[in-house]
Every structure is written in structure tokens, then in C-alpha cells.
Design a protein around this ligand. Sequence first.
Ligand SMILES: *Cc1c(COP(=O)(O)O)cnc(C)c1O
Length: 480
Amino acid sequence: MTNANTNNVLRSIPAMDELLNTPWATQFSGSLGRETVKNIITDVLDGIRNEIRKGTPIKAPLNELAVLHATSLLGKRMLSTLKPVINATGVVIHTNLGRAPLAAEAIRAVHAISGAYSTLEYSLEEGGRGGRNDHVEWILCHITGAEAALVVNNNAAAVLLALSVTAAGREVIVSCGELVEIGDSFRIPEILAFSRAKMTAVGCTNATRISDYRNAITENTAVLLKVHPSNYRIAGFVKSTPREELAELAASRALVFMEDLGSGLLCHVEAPFTNQEQSVRDCLKAGSRIVTFSGDKLLGGPQIGVIAGSKQLIDKMKHHQLLRALRVDKMTLAAFEATLRLYLCGRQTEIPVIGMIESDKSALLKKARNLCRILKRAVATVKATDFTIAVVETCDAVGGGSYPTDILPGFGVAISLRSTSAETLATGLRTAPIPVIPGIGDGNVILHVRTLLSGDDQLIAASFTEVVNRLYAMHPPESS
Ligand SMILES: *Cc1c(COP(=O)(O)O)cnc(C)c1O
């Protein structure tokens, strides 16, 4: 394009004020605000100008092109990107999908506390300052047998604060087999470095003996640290040191024995493999002075980190400057307290994560048959004929870096469409107005029923119908 031509084309781009006053633009300014709409359109027009200057051939009339691009961008910005989805993956604690969905009681508590003033840090008797930790400390102590407990933003923060208090400027001894990385951002060596502790890794990847710890102790050692190998298992010849031996060694040398439990099983859960797991109470009884764990993994509450154990050490943590940066918000505390109270009165099966893990096969089969029936009815109403929909057995998982090698046998509904790949169907479901996140296996989309919440069936049917209509609009089914 010659310069004169380019200039002509550039001049034909519609003026901003003209665009902003069209009914097309005003439909967006109601929820985005006129300034935002203007900024987004400016970006789109700048983009088009740049393409023209680069000499990219532009086929459509420029005003149409501008409106097309802007509509798509504005449409995206109209909807919030953080929104509920249906978890049909069968992975109960799915970190990307927000880990634990809250129990009804916890949701009610958040609702009550978030829209009002509260006693977050206020004592009604004294008419003055109270402690935000007090709301949950006594319950945690009661359930776990700990002398004291402190909650922070998440378990990574719990480990950071606990080590900062017990080991800053001193040595922490940890087994080579336990240098865990969780979700590519939590790494034991790095957390130790952040808390200004010096790491002494002992033993081998698959075997660490009590003598390895004993031989590594110097006068500068402060902590023996045990870390739960949450998201991996070492198979074959494996030897790790029992916590009782570590506790005894630590006590005899005036060191702190601390354990990062990760998932934090508060109580017994009726799933076969959870018997291998020690609860927080067991660990403290076996001699751990400090135990840290997450609130939103097996515990089934909101994102929170708990430090439980020795009153003397936890008192120091309560007065550490770092706590101010790691403290828990009121909505989280409300949800956490309500979740803990369900454990207190033995109603923990009402916690969705616990209920999902405990679900037995007959209950899951019933759920799968029901979903299958609903989906078949949905395709019948849109006259779709080339679908195969059937109940299948599935391999579900606890997830969240818990029990990485254990499979929870479950049921689901497999869907295949003759003319479309499973990936296309899955993308359709994920991008439906109510997003459904399915599994994929053997060329089918698989909806695992273990992780569905009540009411999800009908929502899946609505999204599925929408996807089928969308697919058929592009490729009408062969008439049969
Ligand atoms: C999950 C986990 C963490 C991190 O916990 P967050 O609550 O996600 O911060 C730390 N350590 C272990 C062993 C874990 O399993």
C-alpha cells in the first residue's frame, strides 16, 4: 500500500465519539462504565491501525471490523472470569478448581459475617479488643488435643511462620526423601531459606534412618523437620524414620520436632486407604511439638493454614511480626469455624469433600444412572441421534496432593458423538454458560459423578443441550 493509500484507509476508521454513542456501545457501558468501554475500543482501533501500517491486507469494511473485534473483547469483559464451575473430573480436591467446596453451614456463616460488622477482634464482655484467633483456637485444641493453635493464610504461611520462630539463623534437619514441591510454588528448601533457616538434608531419597538425623545434629541445630510426601510416593525399598523416634531424639537434645502434614486429616474418614494416614491428633500424641496443615484439603474448609501444638512455641508465633502479613480474613474465619463445628458434633459427612471421599459404589452407580437418564432425555428433546451415552466405571482420586497413587473406584457417564472428537465436546462443555469440567478417556467425554454437588445434574443437562445445539448449528447431523 502506498503512503497516501494507507492514510486514506486510516482516515476511514470510525471516530470514537460516533462509536461510543451507538446503541451497540451503550449496551456495554451499563455494566462496564463508559470510560472502560472507551478504553477497550481505543485499544481495538489502535490494533487495527497498527495492522494497516504494517501492510496487513484488511478485507472487511473497517467499521464492521472494529465493531466485530470490540464486541468480542467487550463481551469477554462483561462477565467475571472467576465463576462457579461443575467439577465432573472425579478429582475431589482439585486445586485449579478451588479445592474444597464449602459445607452449607460454612456458606451460611460467611453470608452472615461478610455483610455486617462483627466480633472479629472485639470482646463483647470487655467492650474492647479481642483476638481473631480465639474464635477457632479452642475448637482446634479440642479436636486435635493440641495445647495451642494458630491460624494463618494457608499451610505455606504456617510452615513459614513456624520455621521463622523456631529456626531463623539456625539449622533444620530434613530427610532427602521429603524435600517436597507442591503445585510448583511451594518447595521445602525455598521455604526454609525464606524463614532464614539453614537446611541440612540427610539420608538418601529412599531411606533415611534415625542415625542420619543424629549424626547431623550440631550445636546450631534447632529443628528436626518431617514433611508429608503429599503428592508423590517412593516405591520399592523405602525406609523412613518413625515420628516416635524423631520425637524422642529431638526431646533428648532439646530440639523442636516439627511436622508439615500437608493435608491434615482431622479425624477418621471411611475410605480404605485413609487408614494408612495419621491424623493431626495421632501426630501430636506421638510427640510432634508443632504440626502444620491446610484447611482446604482433606479438612474440607476454606483456604487456611493451621499451626497446632506446643503453647510455648505458638505463643511466640502469636507475637511475631510476620503474623500481621499472614493473618486470616473474617470470611475465611467464619467458614472455618463453621466447618470445625461440624467435626465437633460428628456431622463431618456434611462436609462435601468428606462426603465425596466416603461415597460408596452403590450410591455412585445410582447417581450415574440418574445423570445418564437426564442426558439421554436432553439429547432426545433436541432430536440428536448420533450420540452414545452410557454409564461407565471410573477411576476417581482424592487430589490436592493427597494419596497420589490411590484410586477411588467410581462411576460416571461416558458421552461420544460420531461426528465430533471428545476434545471438541469437552471444550464445548467447558465454555458453556455454566461451565462443566469433564474427564476424557478412551475417546469419550466422561462425567465423573463423585464430585457433583446436588443440583448439578440439571445444570449439566442445560449446558449439554446448549453444546449440542451449538455443534449442530455448525455441522447439522446426517438425517437418519
Ligand atoms: C499442600 C501442602 C502444602 C501447601 O499448603 P497450602 O495450604 O496450599 O499453602 C505444604 N506442605 C505440604 C506437605 C502440602 O501437602
